[in-house]
Design a protein around this ligand. Structure first.
Ligand code: TXA
Ligand code: MG
Length: 333
């Protein structure tokens, strides 16, 4: 992917050593990855994992991703790795891809929610990799937000959400990818996308020479129904969000324009409308849009508005991850 390189991290060696010590002693450390900030715990410490689930407010049977520093560690955590998984790992790691693989005996039930698979990824962020190297083990980390809310893409977001419940927050600046990793599982050795991310189906197909790649089989296999990222209303701001086509957008806008109601509407649009006081003009390029999406939604969410209107994004593979998060944010319970 052609993304700007991450900002040089303002993390000292002593902070990294402190973070690794906290993990070794059963504490929680929030850290930056290229996708979103993670809330990390020692993946082999059941008690620390219990704390992690409590702080997240996450049901105990929802699995978390194990983050590793290098490909050499993969076979400590997963067994019977399909050939296609190796190909994807070698191509995209470190990077925004999570592979769901058969777990090794080393992986505690608390990581997998009792399933026989484990989600694994090597993140592409200098601070995450430095922390993993200092810790020298697997770090279990969901996104560092309360269950069901928007993922954090800056240390400030983590502070807002989790402040006193986390032992240390490593500040590595703003996340460059901005939405969570692409999740790929395997059924009989064949890949299935469980959650779209900025590594697209097209990129995966190109590597595997696989013309056929099923996506988001939500509601079907038991694997998928346990993935919180597949719940309809996941990744939601508190303000009701409406996803609108351009014509719906213009219609709604003309309905309320020049009424006082427009003051309580926020919007993400592709071109300035000049009818709404709280509109944010978004990039027309999907990687740049994704990078800002959660931060901009949080900004609007903080304004005590009645609704957030979002102009629908193009229906193409490059936009699949953004479209997926917007649909989930728009879904009402
Ligand atoms: O980009 C990311 O993936 C970020 C950063 C921190 O790495 N992490 C993240 O974690 O988004 P979380 O916990 O918010 O979402 C992980 C997703 C969940 O939908 C979870 O159910 C799914 O991965 N998952 C983890 N292990 C799984 C497994 N064994 N089978 C199916 N889904 C799994
Ligand atoms: Mg999450």
């Amino acid at each position: 992917m052609t993304l700007p390189s991450p900002p040089s991290a303002l993390i000292t060696d002593s902070q990294l050593a402190q973070a690794a010590d906290i993990l070794k002693n059963g504490g929680l450390v929030a850290f930056p990855t290229e996708t979103v900030y993670g809330l990390g715990a020692n993946a082999e410490d059941t008690e620390a994992l219990g704390k992690l689930y409590t702080v997240k407010g996450r049901p105990g049977n929802h699995p978390v991703i194990v983050h590793l520093a290098s490909l050499e560690q993969l076979q400590d955590w997963a067994v019977e790795i399909p050939e296609k998984a190796w190909q994807l790992a070698k191509t995209f790691w470190p990077g925004p891809l999570t592979l769901i693989l058969k777990r090794s005996p080393r992986v505690p039930d608390a990581v997998t929610g009792g399933q026989d698979t484990v989600g694994i990824r090597i993140p592409n962020h200098p601070v995450a990799l430095a922390l993993l190297n200092a810790f020298q083990g697997g770090i279990a980390a969901p996104s560092a937000n309360r269950f069901g809310r928007l993922s954090p893409t800056s240390a400030a977001h983590v502070r807002q959400d989790l402040e006193s419940d986390v032992d240390l927050i490593l500040d590595g600046g703003e996340c460059q990818v901005g939405v969570e990793s692409t999740i790929v599982a395997f059924q009989n050795g064949q890949p299935v996308i469980l959650r779209p991310g900025m590594i697209t189906a097209g990129q995966i197909q190109a590597v595997l020479r696989n013309p056929d790649l099923p996506q988001n089989q939500a509601n079907h296999s038991s694997t998928v129904s346990r993935a919180p990222g597949t719940l309809a209303s996941h990744y939601a701001p508190r303000t009701p969000l409406k996803l609108l086509s351009e014509s719906e957008f213009r219609q709604k806008l003309s309905d309320i324009q020049k009424t006082s109601a427009s003051a309580k509407i926020g919007a993400l649009v592709f071109s300035a409308l000049q009818g709404l006081p709280h509109e944010i003009v978004m990039p027309k390029e999907p990687t740049l849009y994704a990078q800002r999406l959660y931060a901009d939604l949080r900004k609007l969410d903080g304004l005590a508005l009645n609704e957030i209107w979002v102009e629908a994004v193009p229906d193409t593979g490059a936009w699949a991850a953004v479209a997926d998060r917007l649909h989930r944010a728009a879904a009402q319970d």
